[in-house]
Ligand binder design. Structure first.
Ligand code: SIN
Length: 307
């Protein structure tokens, strides 16, 4: 046992070095959590996706519980980029972890425009391109479901920013490897695997969908095995780092994602159940490292043993 020895938790996600691999999933974290957790202990800060203009979001109900998860269809409610730059960026820049700005848009040109705006701020460390929200178009269609659109979108954003780009991929595709390769080729520095799974739930008494927009995105422990599989598949074909996202609620879940190939891990639904879940997960990673006499989390990345 080497309990108490120094554990390196520092990881690199494509030119952006984090003090530890744990960060919030976009949309599950906000300034109000400051009273519950010390933001300085996180690997990075990832606020809700921001759009160029304000958006009121989708009709209610926007969330419902499922077995081992939840469905959401918020519809990217947003105060718009100007409010974000004037209020959120100064607020989050008080903390030491790098700020990753998650961007959403209705067109490729709009993605480039908003990326150009956030690039003007030295307080924005990286850009996460949310090309995979299932709640903006009919039947969950998203930019990130087509490799050619993914390539074009990232290429256009690449042309307007020097900041690291994280492409947040959709799990609602036939081949996530194909989309991952398109994103890498277009200049993405890392990949987020992945957004929520397109889902639906019906109240059998009212016979109405439980979500106002009918369909939404499934998150939480129910999707973790699907995401682990996708991280593993993506890690087989790309050279850029992967950020795992989907159903992590314990340190062992985060380690599982890293063994599959993730360099860092986002925590979302779990924070709705326990707002300081990310800090507990960090402590549980320490316990695992001590138990396995390990001193560097990077020794976990992609270290699944097959056969
Ligand atoms: C939403 O705002 O509808 C969720 C965001 C997302 O899944 O990307």
């Amino acid at each position: 046992m080497i309990r108490g020895s120094f554990i390196n938790k520092r990881v690199d996600i494509g030119g952006l070095v984090l003090e530890n691999p744990i960060m919030p999933a976009s949309g599950t974290f906000g300034p109000e959590m400051e009273s519950v957790i010390d933001f300085n202990l996180l690997g990075a800060i990832v606020p809700k996706s921001i759009t160029l203009d304000p958006r009121s979001g989708n009709k209610t109900p926007r969330v419902c519980e499922t077995v081992a998860g939840m469905i959401n269809s918020i519809g990217i409610q947003s105060k718009g980029i100007q409010y974000y730059m004037d209020h959120y960026v100064p607020f989050y820049s008080k903390f030491t972890p790098p700020l990753i700005s998650s961007l959403s848009a209705d067109s490729i040109d709009e993605f480039a425009e908003i990326a150009h705006i956030v690039t003007q701020s030295d307080d924005v460390a990286a850009i996460e391109l949310n090309i995979s929200c299932p709640n903006l178009k009919g039947n969950g269609l998203a930019f990130g479901m087509d490799p050619e659109v993914t390539f074009k979108l990232i290429k256009e954003v690449r042309a307007v920013t020097h900041k690291p780009i994280i492409a947040k991929l959709s799990p609602n595709v036939t081949s996530i490897q194909e989309i991952a390769l398109a994103a890498e080729e277009a200049g993405s520095n890392s990949l987020n695997v992945a957004n929520t799974l397109l889902a639906m739930s019906i109240d059998v008494h009212t016979r109405k969908p439980k979500i106002g927009n009918v369909m939404g995105g499934l998150s939480g422990p129910a999707i973790k095995p699907v995401i682990i599989r996708m991280i593993y598949q993506v890690a087989q074909v790309v050279k850029i780092p992967i950020i795992g996202c989907g159903g992590v609620s314990s340190g062992e879940d985060a380690i599982e994602m890293m063994l599959a190939g993730a360099s860092a891990v986002q925590v979302g639904t779990s924070s709705f159940i326990q707002p300081d879940a990310m800090l507990r997960i960090l402590n549980e990673i320490d316990s695992y490292m001590n138990q396995h006499e390990m001193t560097d989390v990077r020794d976990l990345i992609g270290k699944i043993e097959i056969g």
